[in-house]
Write a protein that binds this ligand. Structure first.
Ligand code: SF4
Length: 439
């Protein structure tokens, strides 16, 4: 059996693509090895969201070059967004690479590996949804389900539309069939994946259309699925029917990720985010009205070109006003090939750093204040395994997407009731109500 070693960089979409790459390779008779040096096939699934991601990956590629020089029969393959972003120069710059493919061409790797091609091959077409590939899931009771590929937005700082193409939704009946299969394999929680997940269905042909809210209802109806999550939505498509699904469908969890990016309407316009601050806060208010206890998380970019101190203060105001349960915060970095990379008024790193040092403590304080609402409550927890901080305890997640470390006796995949005794900005702690094992 030939061995493969796969290193994954970047987002959940890439993690899921890697699960499918592994499923495909296992179906081809390969076995996964833990050490790159033991592999016949060395693979990378790359990210290109930030320049730093590129540099980190290039470091890893250096080791593949050394291993290929040691044993020229080894095959080196590079997939994902970085490969797509350098598609015209990848083999010239890295002649030891045998196969390169974009995020939409994973299945072509199998074609290359089963062909007797002696020359390097690149596959970079956008062909809509890249086929139904078997997934080698990392988690037994939780699964990603990709509902669409690509993105039709043009956010000024983002490389994704050029590396993943236009939005293409998967047919709802195929999605439901996949979720039914996953449920039959013991999966209890599915996360629906899309670059812009809540614009799902717009491109589907007449007669086969379904909105994202309708898709949520179809998945909710699948026997055995206890929890539905989704990422990443866009505030412009966060419509009332989607929010009502959180209130009305039993398995749609009380957590919404609503990327803000910036609190200033002037900067949001420069980012080409297609919503302004009042519109964003209107979505927040609608969510809080329809699902009062809903957890809200977000993404924020600090230091976008031209961001003034006043603009940044508006970001702090929104963070304080909304009170997010968690937030991913990023320092703006110019990404070659994006509009923002060529904008004037690029800020010095020291200014961006200083603003980040003001933003993070505020995010953490508000998140800590928000998480106090769980103390003293019995919360349903999906058990994921042993606690990462204390092996004598268990780890799981409440429907609000907060991690809980707790004393208990349940096993992975079980739904149990945990009485919450304490809360930090990131995690909760508690004890399982042993007599109240849910299901
Ligand atoms: S919505 Fe904007 S940030 Fe998100 S993937 Fe599309 S272009 Fe990128």
């Amino acid at each position: 059996m030939k061995g493969f070693h796969l290193t994954t960089f970047g987002c959940q979409m890439n993690e899921h693509d890697s699960e499918r790459m592994k499923g495909m390779l296992v179906a081809l008779g390969y076995g996964e090895v833990q050490e790159r040096g033991d592999a016949d096939l060395i693979l990378f699934n790359t990210c290109s969201i930030r320049e730093s991601a590129d540099n980190r990956f290039i470091g890893h590629l250096g080791e593949a070059k050394r291993l290929k020089a040691e044993d020229p029969t080894r095959v080196v393959g590079v997939g994902g967004c970085w490969a797509q972003s350098v598609k015209d120069e990848v083999f010239a710059r890295f002649p030891f690479v045998d196969v390169a493919f974009g995020p939409g061409q994973i299945h072509k790797l199998a074609e290359f590996l089963t062909s007797d091609s002696l020359t390097a091959q690149g596959y970079f077409e956008f062909e809509g949804f890249p086929g139904e590939l078997p997934a080698h899931r990392a988690r037994e009771h939780q699964a990603w389900v990709q509902v669409s590929v690509g993105c039709n937005c043009v956010c000024a700082y983002c490389i994704v539309p050029s590396t993943r193409g236009r939005e293409a939704s998967r047919a709802p009946h195929k999605l439901v069939a996949e979720v039914e299969r996953l449920a039959s394999e013991g999966v209890r929680e599915v996360t629906l994946l899309g670059q812009n997940v809540n614009s799902y269905g717009r491109d589907l042909p007449v007669g086969a259309k379904a909105t994202f809210a309708e898709l949520l209802a179809m998945v909710d109806a699948v026997e055995g699925i206890e929890r539905i999550r989704y990422t990443s939505p866009h505030p412009k498509d966060m419509r009332e029917d989607v929010v009502r699904a959180h209130a009305e469908l039993a398995s749609v969890c009380e957590h919404i990720h609503l990327p803000l990016q910036a609190g200033s309407s002037r900067i949001l316009k420069a980012m080409r985010r297609t919503y302004d601050r009042p519109r964003y806060l209107d979505r927040v208010d609608m969510i809080r009205e329809i699902v009062p206890d809903c957890a809200l998380s977000t993404d924020i970019i600090v230091g976008f070109p031209g961001e003034t101190e006043e603009d940044f203060l508006e970001t702090l105001e929104v963070v304080d006003r909304v009170g997010y349960d968690s937030a991913f915060t990023f320092v703006f970095s110019a990404r070659r090939g994006t509009l923002a990379a060529d904008l004037p008024d690029q800020l010095p790193h020291s200014v961006k750093r200083e603003r980040m040092e003001r933003l993070v403590p505020l995010v953490q304080r508000r998140a800590r204040e928000r998480s106090q609402r769980f103390i003293g409550r019995d919360m349903e927890v999906l058990v994921e395994g042993a606690s990462r901080t204390d092996p004598a305890r268990l780890r799981g997640r409440i429907r609000h997407n907060k991690t809980v470390n707790f004393d208990g006796a349940a096993g992975p995949g079980e739904l149990v009731e945990v009485e919450i005794s304490s809360a930090t900005s990131t995690t909760l702690a508690g004890s399982e109500r042993l007599l109240a094992r849910l299901r």
